[in-house]
Design a binder for this molecule. Structure first.
Ligand code: SAM
Length: 328
């Protein structure tokens, strides 16, 4: 049976990660980062490996010709390997954004940000899966992107992911709620980390800080993202459905009313999540600017399960109709 390019690449990533994992006694994800580095540099960087493993790795790498794979094939096979590694070491706060959500965000960025060259920021870039899914969908546009992530291993995976796909993304390994030294972007895309932010001292710099106790990281991320987007620029945020139901939400409401135009809220199908409580939506907001007018009505959509093709087609028609009426 003929195997697909994604299967071929995943098999190679998987086998070589296993070899490195066994010999260096590290986790699968750490080994995956190492094998990704080797592939990118076309050389084996782990000097401590035994002769036998070096030989086996070399053989495996030599049979792969990375140039023949598309960015999407590289991303998908790397994503499969990350998923396998994440199963082994469960990381509840670092879940990778699934393809289906990334594809939708990519489609929306394409529709809303109509420019030949765009600057993107993902301040919670994780493994880079969401960011590179979106970049791979900006057909023909030139994209400059920045990704920020607090976790050392995830950012390593993200930059290897980007290198293999040949995307020149700038990465910063830091807390995104600390000051950021970067140019303003046209759009922020982010699957926001949800929960309390432990650094009360830093949170005190934000309008959206809690009046008492810890602040919500996802609220502070919205404020920080808005600070780094151009006037008239967009934020495509994956938010928990309960965003406007917490005791801290009245403040968020006021803040958004002052600073942004709400363009849309797309409820993702519950089937993508563990349960109704963990379900999320794509929230599209635009930073206010002199020449920016609000839509007649925000784009409000309940997305059907993405396997129901006919229903998805109907929704896409609805979204296109909304664009004709509000954006063209
Ligand atoms: N979109 C990512 C992907 O495709 O892999 C997944 C994003 S995940 C839902 C949220 C990410 O935010 C996690 O990787 C987490 O480590 C990161 N994060 C949490 N707090 C952060 C902070 N203060 N600064 C930067 N990153 C943070």
């Amino acid at each position: 049976m003929k195997i697909t390019p994604v299967e071929e690449l995943f098999t190679a990533l998987n086998e070589t990660s296993d070899m490195i994992k066994e010999e260096l006694d590290c986790t699968y994800l750490e080994a995956l980062a190492e094998t990704g580095e080797n592939l990118f540099h076309e050389s084996i960087l782990q000097e401590e490996l035994s002769e036998l493993t070096l030989k086996r790795l070399k053989k495996s790498y030599e049979s792969l010709h990375l140039d023949k794979f598309s960015s999407e094939e590289l991303r998908k096979s790397f994503q499969l390997a990350i998923l396998k590694g994440m199963k082994e070491n469960v990381q509840p706060n670092h879940q990778m954004t699934p393809d289906s959500i990334g594809m939708l965000v990519g489609y929306l960025v394409n529709k809303f940000v109509q420019r030949d060259s765009i600057k993107l920021l993902d301040p919670a870039v994780g493994t880079g899966n969401l960011l590179t899914t979106v970049i791979n969908q900006q057909n023909g546009k030139s994209v400059e992107a920045t990704g920020i992530e607090i976790d050392d291993l995830l950012i390593k995976l993200a930059y290897i992911n980007a290198n293999l796909q040949k995307h020149p993304i700038q990465f910063f390994n830091q807390d995104s709620l600390e000051p950021l030294f970067m140019e303003e972007v046209d759009a922020v895309i982010s699957d926001l980390p949800v929960g309390f932010y432990p650094n009360d001292l830093r949170a005190a710099d934000y309008e959206l800080k809690a009046d008492e106790g810890h602040s919500y990281a996802h609220h502070l991320f919205i404020e920080q993202s808005l600070k780094h987007v151009k006037p008239g620029g967009y934020l495509f945020l994956i938010i928990p459905n309960g965003l406007f139901e917490s005791e801290q939400s009245p403040k968020l409401h006021e803040f958004l009313k002052e600073q942004v135009i709400i363009q849309g809220l797309l409820h993702l199908p519950i089937s993508l999540f563990k349960n109704e409580k963990s379900a999320k939506s794509i929230f599209i907001i635009q930073k206010k600017a002199e020449d920016v007018k609000p839509p007649k009505q925000a784009l409000l959509v309940n997305l059907p399960s993405l396997s129901k093709t006919a229903e998805v087609d109907k929704i896409l028609k609805q979204i296109n109709g909304w664009f004709k009426e509000n954006k063209e």
